[in-house]
Design a protein around this ligand. Sequence first.
Ligand code: FAD
Ligand code: DLZ
Ligand code: SF4
Length: 509
Amino acid sequence: MVTRLVLVLGDQCAPDIAALQEADKASDIVVMAEVAEEASYVPHHVKKIAFVFSVMRHFAETLRAEGWQVTYTRLDDPENTGSIDGELLRYAARYGAREVLATEPGEFRLIERLHDMPLDVLIWEDRRFLARHDEFDTWAAGRKQLRMEYFYREMRRKTGILMDGGQPAGGKWNFDHDNRKPAPGAIAYSGPMRFDPDPITEEVLQLVETRFGNGFGRLRPFWFAVTPAQAQAHLARWIDKALPGFGDYQDAMLTGERFLYHAVIGQYLHAGLLDPLAVCQAAERAYRDGHAPINAVEGFIRQILGWREFIRGIYFHEGPGYTARNALGHTRKLPAFYWDAETDMACLRAAVAQTRDEAYAHHIQRLMVTGNFALLAGIDPAEVHEWYLGVYADACEWVEAPNTIGMSQFADGGIVGSKPYVSSGAYIDRMSDYCKSCAYRVKEKTGETACPYNLLYWHFLDRHRAMFEKNPRMANMYRTWDRMDDARRAAVLQDAERLLARLDAGGRI
Ligand code: FAD
Ligand code: DLZ
Ligand code: SF4
C-alpha cells in the first residue's frame, strides 16, 4: 500500500478533522510538528505557544491510542527543519510518500505554502465550521452590504438552533437590546476553570521558558484546558454558573475582573477541543430547561453561529490581500505601551496588563479600549493586526484579521462594519469603572489632563471628514462637532496634535 502523509496543524486537533476522515489508519502517517516558523512569524504570547504545543502533544497521544501512526516533531528535535513544509518534505523522503492529505489551514500564508510544495497536496475544506465557503459566497453574491445579522438568521434556520417551528425562539432573532448593561458592582462568577499542568504540559512549559523566555506575556500560572475533556468540564461549569449573566454584562468592563461572565472558549473552539455546534446545543438546552434567560442564550449563540461563522466567511471571501488594507491611510507606529502597559491611561493599562498575564481580553476591551485607541491615533493597521494576532491565545488569522482590519480599524473601508467603532472616553466611563482611577479626567475635553480618547475622537472625525460626513450613522457626531465654537474646536485639535507628537516621540501618555 502507498503511504501518504496526513498533516494535522496545531489548530486542527479535532478527532473528526477532514484530513483524518479522508485518511487510512492502516497505511497513512499523521505528521504533527512544532516548528519555529509557526511559533515566531508574529510575536506570539508565551501562553499561546505553550497552549498550542500542549494541545498538539496530548492530541498526538490520543491518535496513537486510537491506532494511528503519528510522527511528532518536537521543537527541540535536532532534525527539525523549522517549518511545516520542511517537515512534510523530510517525512516524505523518509517514508517514500508523494501525497499529503491536509485540512485547509486558517491562514492564506500557509495555504499558499502547501500549494507551492513539490508534493501532491490534497486540501479539504475544514468541516468544523457550519457554513461552507460556497454557502457563504452564494449568500454574499449580489448583496451591496454584508451584514452579520442576516447571515446569522440563515445559520439559525440551517441548524435549527433556537428555532420553534420556523420561528425564532422567544419571538425575536436578536435580543441585543437587552445586553448593554454597564458594569455591575460585583460579579457572581469566579472566572474560567483552571487546570494544573500535567507532566506533558509541564515539559512544554519548560521548553517555552527556554526557547521563548524573552517573548511577550506571562507563562505561569498556566491554567488553560489542553484536552477535550478539560475544555468540556470548563464549558459545563460556565453554562451552569455564568451563562445566565452573560447577556446583561457582555459589554461591561471592571478593574480586577478580567473575565466577567465571558466564556473564554475561543482558543478551545479553534484548536479543536470544543465543537461549535455542540457548544450552541448545550447553551440552547440551558434555555429550554429554564436555567438561563433568552437574552443570555441568544446573545451567546449569536457570537458563535453568527459572528464566528460570518467573520470566517469574510476572511475567505475577501482573499489574501485583506490583511494589507489601509482604507484610512494610517501610518503611525504602534506605541510601546501595547507591549509593556506603561501608560497613565487606566483603561489601556488594565487591558494590556491582562493581555500580558492571561493572553485574554474580552471583546469590548479589544474593540473599545485597545482597538479604539489605535484607530483614533491613526496607527498602521498592519502593526495593529500583527499585535492582535500575536497576543491572544484565541488568535488565528481567519478570525483575528476581519475583527482587527475590518471591525476594529475600518481598514477594509466598511466591509465588516458600516461605520468605524470610535468613541470618546464617555463610552468607556459608562461601561467600566476604569476612569475612577485614571490620571486623566474623562469629563475634560481639552487641556493637559483631558482624557486622550476625548481629544483624539474629534481629531479622528475632523481628519476623516471627507470619508465619513455623508455616513448617516455619523451625522450626529459631525453635528455636535460643528456646533462647537471655533476657538474650542481649535483648542481640541491643538491638544490632540500635541498628544500625538508626544506619542511619536515615545513620551509617556
Ligand atoms: P465570548 O464573549 O464568551 O463569546 C463566545 C465565543 O463567540 C468566542 O469564544 C468566539 O468564538 C465567538 N465570538 C464572539 N465574538 C466574535 C467575533 N467578533 N468574531 C468571531 N467570533 C466571535 N476572536 C477570536 O476568536 N480570535 C481573535 O484573534 C480575535 N481577535 C479580535 C480582535 C479584535 C480587534 C476584536 C475587536 C475582536 C477579536 N475577536 C477575536 C473577537 C472576540 O473579541 C473574541 O472572540 C472574544 O473576546 C473571545 O472571548 P470569549 O471566548 O470569552 O468570548
Ligand atoms: C499558532 C501555532 C503555533 C504557535 N505553533 C504551531 C506549530 O508549531 N505547529 C503547528 O502545526 N501549528 C502551530 N500553530 C498553529 C498554526 O500557526 C496555524 O495552523 C496557522 O496559522 C493557520 O491557522
Ligand atoms: Fe481611559 Fe480616558 Fe477613562 Fe482614563 S479617563 S480610563 S484614558 S477613558
